[in-house]
Design a protein around this ligand. Structure first.
Ligand SMILES: [Zn+2]
Length: 232
């Protein structure tokens, strides 16, 4: 099972391997490109992958559509993509020493089979991945801030992206990773709405919820999370 956005299916874009990029004469879909670096200028986002000699390039304001939602290329990168993540991308033949990208998305790996999914499978998986991965990124950014700035400690897999977004058909609900500190037992909850540009980490369970503006520590944490986010 592979995810391909509707528009790309309709255009019948051919799927090629990264080795074919040098010799393309038409747009192609390339899967599993790990991103190791990125640079943004005022007009474009450059993404570097070891699989392709030339950098990938997409205009920052390029509209990308997943299901019912449209998002710009740079906004998608900021909200969804983390260091080391793989993408699938529709690319055009190289020009001016860059490989133009028309559309890209976080690599989606399926576990299980679609027939078991029921009504959930009717939704666009690219849209589901965009929303959910964005929340996962927020949680990992906050986990690192809580570790580095406040000395809390979480299981190792809370800090780093696995490099893709996993959709499990057997267990369709969104898995909420536990953010309980291994050192002090405090549980944290990361509130993030789809279009939020900042995070609002708050304590839960044993501690009263920290509201925005209520404590200096929470504001500080939020500012640091925001700063970290742009670097991530
Ligand atoms: Zn702690």
């Amino acid at each position: 099972m592979e995810y391909t956005p509707e528009e790309i299916q309709r255009l019948a874009i051919a799927e090629k391997s990264a080795d074919d990029v040098r010799t393309l004469d038409a747009p192609a879909l390339i899967r599993r490109l790990p991103l190791v670096d990125r640079k943004s200028s005022s007009d474009g986002l450059l993404m570097v992958t070891p699989q392709i000699a030339l950098p990938l390039w997409i205009p920052i304001n390029q509209a990308m559509k997943f299901g019912t939602e449209t998002i710009t290329a740079v906004q998608y990168f900021r909200q969804v993509i983390e260091r080391g993540d793989m993408i699938d991308a529709v690319v055009a033949p190289a020009i001016n020493n860059v490989v133009p990208v028309q559309l890209y998305w976080i690599r989606i790996e399926y576990v299980g089979t679609r027939s078991e999914a029921g009504s959930f499978s009717e939704k666009d998986d690219g849209l589901f991945a965009m929303w959910t991965k964005s929340g996962e990124k927020a949680e990992r950014v906050v986990a690192r801030v809580l570790r580095d700035t406040f000395g809390h400690s979480f299981p190792a897999d809370r800090y780093q992206s696995p490099g893709f977004f996993e959709i499990r058909y057997q267990d369709k609900k969104i898995r909420k990773p536990d953010m309980t500190c291994l050192a002090c037992g405090l549980t944290f909850e990361v509130k993030k709405r789809n279009r939020d540009t900042h995070f609002r980490p708050s304590h839960s369970n044993s501690m009263p919820r920290v509201k925005q503006g209520e404590s200096r520590a929470s504001i500080k944490m939020r500012v640091i999370a925001l700063r970290q986010r742009w670097r991530a």
